[in-house]
Ligand binder design. Structure first.
Ligand code: APR
Length: 256
């Protein structure tokens, strides 16, 4: 079936669904200039993932903070939502999307305007103290982040971005909300993820097990494609989401 036909089919399913959720990964932010973790130009091809192991961070925080500053703060904080993020916001505004469950920590879904975003791996927007657990908005203490590593204003403990390092647990509320949505939604839009990282990948898998329709958007097949995906829209998410939104708007205008 041609991509055009698949987009028409996907749009029809979104319009007839009771409750739609989106599940996004690093790929949706690639066209905002943020490199993915895996694949061509992926972060893990440039940096050793051990830097993001919590035990390594506790032992050598300065090494990791140098990378955090370079990749997550000097760069990501300035990134803007792209057409894929904006399309998901439009979908929410049309009453056709309830929740975005994202593996990303770049805050771009919130910047695009979505109001119900579950951050499965936490967020780079906040820093948390490893000792007293005080939490700070990065923007509020940016001038203090010149110290390496940044220290807690309350107890001088080491500050860490409030996102999940390897060896840490998923924030319990995000975990609970995500699997609840897997039970409630009857359609999942899976965008820009390899589907290789657990437990995040279990969310769409569990949704599928109870009959949820899975529409996947990715330039290439993933671990999900041959397993749980019902409609595979192959391409970059900014382009595909834009075309999907045009199709939805066109069908809606005809039925109004
Ligand atoms: N549009 C859509 N998808 C894209 C695009 C694009 N323009 N460019 C790349 N992709 C896809 C790739 O094909 C790949 O499937 O995005 C995915 C990026 O894969 P990863 O970098 O592994 O991202 P993700 O699946 O979100 O990683 C999950 O791994 O390291 C951890 O915590 C990190 O949240 C991350 C998790």
């Amino acid at each position: 079936m041609t991509l055009r036909k698949l987009i028409e089919e996907a749009a029809a399913k979104i319009l007839s669904a009771e409750r739609v959720a989106a599940f996004t990964g690093a790929g949706i932010s690639v066209e905002s200039g943020i490199p993915p973790f895996r694949g061509k130009d992926g972060l893990w091809s440039k940096y050793d993932p051990v830097l993001f192991e919590i035990s390594h961070f506790r032992a050598q925080p300065i090494e990791t903070w140098r990378l955090l500053k370079e990749v997550f703060y000097n760069f990501m904080a300035k990134a803007e939502p792209n057409a894929a993020h904006r399309g998901l916001f439009q979908l929410e505004q049309m009453g056709l999307l309830k929740t975005v469950i994202t593996q990303n920590v770049d805050n771009l879904h919130q910047k695009a305007g979505n109001t119900d975003v579950v951050e499965f791996h936490g967020t780079s927007k906040r820093l948390v103290c490893l000792d007293c657990l005080s939490s700070y908005n990065y923007a509020d203490i940016e001038e203090h982040v010149t110290d390496m590593p940044p220290l807690c204003l309350a107890c001088r403990g080491i500050l860490k971005p409030d996102f999940v390092f390897f060896g840490e647990g998923i924030p319990p509320k995000a975990l609970q909300r995500s699997f609840m949505e897997a039970m409630l939604a009857d359609l999942f839009l899976v965008i820009g993820t390899t589907g290789e990282v657990y437990p995040a990948a279990l969310v769409p898998i569990q949704a599928k097990q109870k009959g949820t329709v899975i529409i996947e958007i990715n330039p290439e097949p993933t671990a999900f494609t041959g397993q749980i995906t019902d409609i595979f829209l192959q391409g970059k998410s900014a382009q595909i989401v834009s075309e999907l939104m045009d199709q939805i708007a066109m069908v809606r205008s005809k039925t109004r």
